[in-house]
Design a binder for this molecule. Structure first.
Ligand code: C5P
Length: 222
């Protein structure tokens, strides 16, 4: 896909869930399919970008033209993202676990060892907030996602400020067919405006977002 509007640009995308181990055979994860993030990575590559996709465990083929790095934990995802910098744009779509187990058990937990284990949790790093922090390696454009169930715009706007990113793509996950489905109905929230995109297939949302990213990165050149 050489020669598109994103030729010469590097895009970093996270997608999928993370997996936080409990012991050598067990762990905590979530139901993120990775589909929206993979679609965005593929759409950016089609516009000519070099794309690094840092992915949690998902059952999806790697989009054409995309360099994929597989990780399991949130900490590994953050390290892989930092190692991939510099990037012109970062799109953080992954459903990162908020917490991990404080001390992972070195051997498999057994039922007959005096009752259920007590698990203690510690907070994971926030990849979006970390890479949004100002500094020489901050991507020019940092985009986060928000899944909300009510007051979508207000919550997403608060998230934009809290994380320090440039855009939030927000969706109402109570809309039928959005969670785990093929379609998405999103708002694009930036500091000074809100755009309400019509409901469309996740692939189509990905193409539109890639176009908007291309517009933004080429406009900021001039
Ligand atoms: O705070 P919340 O999980 O709702 O924020 C969602 C956004 O933040 C998504 O873009 C997600 O990829 C990102 N995130 C992250 N690292 C975390 C938690 C969320 O990058 N530990």
């Amino acid at each position: 896909f050489k020669g598109g509007p994103l030729a010469g640009k590097h895009a970093l995308v996270t997608a999928g869930p993370t997996f936080e181990p409990i012991d050598p055979v067990r762990g905590i994860t979530n139901r993120s399919s990775g589909r929206q993030g993979y679609a965005i990575a593929g759409a950016l590559a089609k516009l000519g970008a070099r794309v690094t996709l840092v992915s949690g465990p998902v059952a999806l083929p790697t989009p054409i033209g995309v360099d994929r790095i597989d990780v399991e934990t949130a900490r590994d995802m953050l390290a892989a993202c930092q190692a991939a910098l510099p990037a012109d744009v970062g799109v953080f779509v992954a459903a990162v676990a908020d917490w991990r187990i404080d001390e992972v058990f070195g051997t498999k937990l057994k039922k007959d060892k005096g009752g259920p284990p007590a698990l203690t949790f510690v907070e994971n790093p926030d990849i979006l907030a970390t890479l949004s922090a100002s500094g020489p390696r901050r991507p020019k454009l940092v985009i986060g996602f928000a899944a909300e169930t009510n007051d979508v715009e207000a919550h997403a706007r608060a998230k934009l400020a809290r994380k320090g990113c440039d855009w939030i793509i927000a969706n109402d996950v109570t809309e039928p067919g959005v969670m785990g489905g093929d379609e998405n109905a999103v708002l694009l929230i930036s500091k000074d405006r809100t755009e309400r995109w019509t409901r469309a297939a996740k692939d189509s949302v990905a193409r539109d977002l890639a176009q908007r990213i291309a517009q933004d990165l080429t406009a900021s050149l001039s």
